[in-house]
Every structure is written in structure tokens, then in C-alpha cells.
Design a protein around this ligand. Structure first.
Ligand SMILES: [Zn+2]
Length: 342
């Protein structure tokens, strides 16, 4: 039956009717708020390229976590800026690492909040890569930093040796009170290695949220400033995924599930909504998407110029990610969105 019998505008004529037939809804409890924890006390340094996002000392992180919880945002994910960096990422797995300290403090003060721990090494490595780096040329790594290699790789990100550090980091974070382990490094086999290590340490109840399809992306730019994790040479294309590949993303997800992932994630979100939708159709695990720093920064920058309606675009961007199929959304706008939903 077509026009004039059928008129789709009938169900759009008022907000109550639109609300009645709305297919997709957002709620604060499905949002995860990322936080960057740094050394010191009373530190609250705004990230230049991410207005409204801060590097927080542990005491300030606790305050921010409490704020999140009071707004109905039930999970945070922690990233760390360590005091020192080295070539074995000591700050990632040290018992008194910065994220470990923050997790203990937040658990003590806001026990109901779910703490996710991002597991990667780049923030803790002097070279800024997500794994152990081995020079494939006679020149030392120091020289590689001084004169960045050209197109041909003079170094290698060593996969299997990195797994041990990721597993050690995961156990350390879980012991410090992190509820959900979220590996973001994109090494092959890391979910299995982390699962075995957690189980071996008596932590078989700790779930893994795997950054299963993480694409090498220009949208990560502001994050690297926030987490001080820019690679000192080369880029991450030998481990993060090629943005052109949807089928490979499905293979990545499938392998992580076989290795024991409890939840899966696609990152970034808005430029990869088709990947989110395909993953939703194909897999039955809880599906997360990360609205990354560049997505956040674009909205904030345009809003500052009065080129877009900030609040409207925040909610529309989150709704599109939800509609594509992600039931969990990691977003720097989590607290703002929760406020707007209230
Ligand atoms: Zn990394």
C-alpha cells in the first residue's frame, strides 16, 4: 500500500510519538569513560587537542571516577602515563605502576564502578611502539631513533616475546583491582596468552574485552598527545589493521573469540560503522566500539567555531554507533552524554 494510504510522516508528528517508535536508544550504563592517569597530586592537565579531557593524578582520577558513577556511567577505562619509560615497558606491569595505583584507589573509593584496564605497552616504552622492538640492521636502536628509518623497515616489532609482557601486565592489573582486561596492542595470540596467564594466576573470573579489530588510523592523533605514546620511529601499520579490510576484521574477531575473548571491540567507531554492523550480524558476543580521540576532537573543534550544534552532534554520533550494533561505547563524551540523557 503506497501513498496516499501510507504516510510515514504520521509517526513523526510529535516528540511523544517519535519516542514511542524510536528503534535505538542510548543509556549512560552502556558508556565507558576513558581516563588518563599521571603521577603527582592534584594534577589536572587539559590535553591541548582534546578540550575537556585531562591527564589526572590518582587523587583527581578518583574524583573523576566518582563523578562518572554519580552520572550513571558505570565503567571507566584507564590509561597510564608512567614516571619513566624503558625498552621492556616496566611501568605497565610494575606492582606500583600508575594504573595499578589508580585502580587500587578507585576500587577503594568507588567500589561499584567497573574498572577496565587498557593493556598495551606503547605508553611505557621509550620508543612508543606497542611491542618489543628488535633492530633488523647492524645500527643500534638509539641510532634508529636519531635517524628514522625510511620506507624499508630497519626494525621489527617482535610478536611472541611481547606476549609475555602483555600477560604479565594483565595479571598485575587484575591483582590491583582492574575488573576487565582490555588488550589493545594487536599482537597475534595475545588474547590466548592473557587468558592462560590470568587463569594460571587464579584470576579465571576476570573477563577479557579484546580490541579485536583495531585499525591503523589517523583519528588516533590527539590520543597520542594525551597518553604521550607517539612512536619515535616508523608507524603501527605492521600490527594494527589496514583500514581497507572488512573481511580481515572478521578473521581478527573470530580468532580472538577462539582464544577466549569475552567481549569484542571495533576501533575507531564512526569511520568503521560498517565493520561494527558486520560484526554485530556475525558474532553473538557483547560488542563494543571506541569513539576515538580524533572523533572527539573534530566535534569539539567544529563546535568551538559554532559550525555545529555540539550537544546534538555528540548524541547523533553516539546514536549512530549504537544503531550500527555496538552495545558498549567507549567515549570521551561519556559524562556529557550521561548529563544530556538525564
Ligand atoms: Zn599501544
Amino acid at each position: 500500500m503506497a501513498f496516499p494510504i501510507t504516510r510515514l510522516r504520521r509517526l513523526r508528528q510529535s516528540e511523544p510519538i517519535r519516542s514511542l517508535v524510536r528503534e535505538t536508544r542510548l543509556s549512560p550504563e552502556s558508556l565507558v569513560y576513558p581516563m588518563f592517569v599521571c603521577p603527582g597530586e592534584g594534577v589536572r592537565n587539559e590535553v591541548r587537542s582534546m578540550p575537556g579531557v585531562f591527564n589526572l593524578s590518582v587523587d583527581e582520577a578518583v574524583r573523576e571516577a566518582r563523578r562518572a558513577h554519580s552520572l550513571g556511567v558505570l565503567s571507566v577505562i584507564l590509561f597510564g602515563l608512567p614516571e619513566n619509560k624503558d625498552e621492556v615497558a616496566t611501568g605497565a606491569w610494575a606492582e606500583n605502576g600508575i594504573v595499578q595505583q589508580a585502580a587500587r584507589a578507585i576500587k577503594r573509593e568507588v567500589p561499584d564502578l567497573i574498572i577496565m584496564g587498557d593493556v598495551c605497552l606503547c605508553e611505557y616504552m621509550s620508543h612508543g611502539h606497542c611491542g618489543i622492538v628488535r633492530s633488523t640492521h647492524p645500527q643500534s636502536l638509539g641510532a634508529a631513533v636519531a635517524s628514522p628509518p625510511a620506507a624499508t623497515a630497519d626494525y621489527e616489532i617482535v610478536n611472541d616475546a611481547t606476549l609475555e609482557l602483555l600477560a604479565r601486565t594483565s595479571v598485575s592489573l587484575a591483582r590491583a583491582g582492574v575488573d576487565i582486561i582490555a588488550p589493545s596492542d594487536m599482537m597475534d595470540g595475545r588474547v590466548g596468552a592473557i587468558r592462560r596467564a590470568l587463569d594460571g594466576a587464579g584470576l579465571s573470573n576476570t573477563p577479557i574485552l579484546s580490541y579485536a579489530a583495531k585499525f591503523a588510523s589517523g583519528f588516533y592523533g590527539p590520543f597520542r598527545e594525551a597518553a604521550d605514546s607517539t612512536p619515535q620511529f616508523g608507524d603501527r601499520r605492521s600490527y594494527q589493521m589496514d583500514g581497507a579490510n572488512l573481511r580481515e576484521a572478521m578473521r581478527e574477531i573470530e580468532l580472538d573469540i577462539e582464544e577466549g575473548a569475552d567481549m569484542i571491540m571495533v576501533k575507531p567507531a564512526m569511520p568503521y560503522l560498517d565493520v561494527i554492523a558486520a560484526a554485530r550480524q556475525r558474532f553473538d558476543l557483547p560488542l563494543a566500539a571506541y569513539q576515538v580521540s580524533g572523533e572527539y576532537a573534530m566535534i569539539e573543534a567544529a563546535a568551538r567555531n559554532h559550525w555545529i550544534d555540539r550537544e546534538r552532534v555528540i548524541m547523533e554520533s553516539l546514536l549512530s554507533i549504537r544503531r550500527a550494533g555496538a552495545s558498549i561505547i567507549l567515549t570521551y563524551h561519556a559524562l556529557e552524554a550521561a548529563r544530556l540523557l538525564a
